[in-house]
Ligand binder design. Structure first.
Ligand code: HEM
Length: 402
């Protein structure tokens, strides 16, 4: 197959359901391949790592927006997105990122552990009630969606009473990462407008009565010196935190559970403690990465032996790098005890995931609790994958718990 054919196949239902054979075909072609003039796909572990760590490659900034989406300024989601650190480079990226990163100190993230454990236990109690008589419980709906969004609400300081109405809006906005056609754009734009209005209102409350939460901390920085963090930059990046941390962590939980349902000894090993929760989570991240790709704008250089020109579109296939046979022994085997770990799932370099420690914490708290609480946990019918490529996960994962 030609490189372009393989890449196109990844966008078909078959490729979305199981991209791994296509990744293997790409690995056979090399570390990186040109799929069309000006479009390079990077599949090798080392090559992806070097692109992500190389400041010569730009994120998808406003120049790029102008090229690929000339009408972006009419869309609230892109106006907000233009301020997202995910889409910024250089000093502006570093300035805003360092302020937000302060909120993700090991102390603040670690301090959330008891709250996450409590939230997980509450959700497991509800699952236990629902499934006590052998009824089917829907893991994605009843656990995997609820835990991460509740955790982010806790982190940001969103009051409990507001969380219920918040979830569907967050879900709609997360659709921006999977924008295949412009049809879904109105719903995404409305979610962006609604969230911004919500955060603006909450900010007014926190200004009047600061609390010990991330929003109050960031408002203090912004109010003290607008050149360090403008109000718009702050508000827009709050929406980023919500969407970047929500569907991704949901997928980590769902993808991990599906592995256990298909390979029960993998779950038993966590229950018995012969595999640590941390090793289990790392291998889930590698084996079935919640984020399958990211992209950069190229500059004149070479990657994996392939020439890149300024302005080229460079797609780094993280999910493929995690299965690179040059990097991982037996890459298609799920082996939490492997000694050659180190997935690319949180990216690398300047844009390395700011929420990585939080996502890992959620996984390491949730999986052992879930597995030991339900020793008889089993699949109950066919799971439904989300028909998406970039964010890989499930829509439904029906299980029985008793
Ligand atoms: C398993 C869960 C997660 C995965 C797999 C994941 C993956 C990633 C990846 C691959 C990137 C880099 C994108 C790039 O280089 O273009 C990234 C960036 C980012 N992530 Fe995560 N993420 C997860 C959870 C979270 C959480 C929980 C949060 C926050 C609450 C978060 C917030 C962010 C932010 C703000 C960025 C942008 C950083 C920057 O551009 O400087 N992520 N994430």
């Amino acid at each position: 197959m030609e490189p372009m054919e393989i890449f196109t196949a990844l966008g078909t239902p078959a490729g979305r359901a199981d991209p791994y054979p296509y990744y293997a075909a790409l690995h056979d072609l090399g570390e990186a391949v040109t799929i069309a003039p000006g479009a390079v796909v990077v599949v090798g572990y080392d090559a992806i790592n070097s692109v992500l760590r190389d400041p010569g490659f730009r994120a998808s900034d406003t120049d790029n927006f102008d090229q690929v989406l000339p009408g972006w300024r009419q869309h609230p989601v892109f106006v907000q997105g233009a301020d997202w650190i995910l889409n910024l480079d250089g000093p502006r990226h570093a300035r805003i990122r360092s302020l937000i990163a302060r909120a993700f100190t090991a102390r603040r993230v670690g301090g959330l552990e008891p709250a996450i454990a409590q939230m997980a236990d509450d959700l497991l109690d509800a699952m236990a009630d629902r499934g006590a008589d052998g009824s089917v419980v829907e893991f994605m709906h009843d656990f995997a969606y609820l835990l991460p969004v509740t955790v982010i609400c806790e982190l940001l300081g969103i009051p409990e009473a507001d969380r219920e109405s918040f979830r569907p809006i967050a879900r709609d906005l997360a659709g921006v990462f999977e924008l295949n056609d412009l049809e879904s754009l109105p719903a995404i734009d409305s979610a962006a407008i609604e969230l911004l209005a919500y955060f603006t209102g909450l900010a007014a409350q926190r200004r009047a009565h600061p609390r010990d939460d991330l929003l109050s901390d960031l408002l203090a920085v912004s109010d003290a010196d607008d050149s360090r963090l403008s109000d718009a930059e702050l508000m827009h990046n709050l929406t980023l935190l919500l969407v970047a941390g929500f569907q991704t962590t949901t997928n980590l939980l769902g993808n991990g559970l599906q592995i256990v349902l298909q390979d029960p000894p993998a779950g038993d090993a966590v229950r018995k403690g012969s595999v640590s929760p941390a090793s289990f989570v790392e291998e889930v991240l590698r084996y079935d990465s919640p984020v399958q790709l990211t992209s950069r704008v190229g500059y004149e250089t070479k990657v994996g032996g392939v020439a890149i020109a300024a302005g080229d579109s460079v797609t780094t296939l993280i999910g493929a790098g995690n299965r690179d046979p040059r990097r991982f022994a037996d890459p298609d085997t799920f082996d939490p005890l492997r000694s050659d770990g180190g997935p690319l799932s949180f990216g690398g370099g300047a844009h390395f995931c700011i929420g990585a420690a939080l996502a890992r914490l959620e996984g390491t708290v949730a999986f052992p609790r879930l597995l030991s609480r339900f020793p008889a946990l089993a699949a109950a019918g066919e799971p439904a994958r989300r028909d998406t490529f970039l964010l890989r996960g499930f829509d439904t994962l029906p299980v029985t718990v008793a």
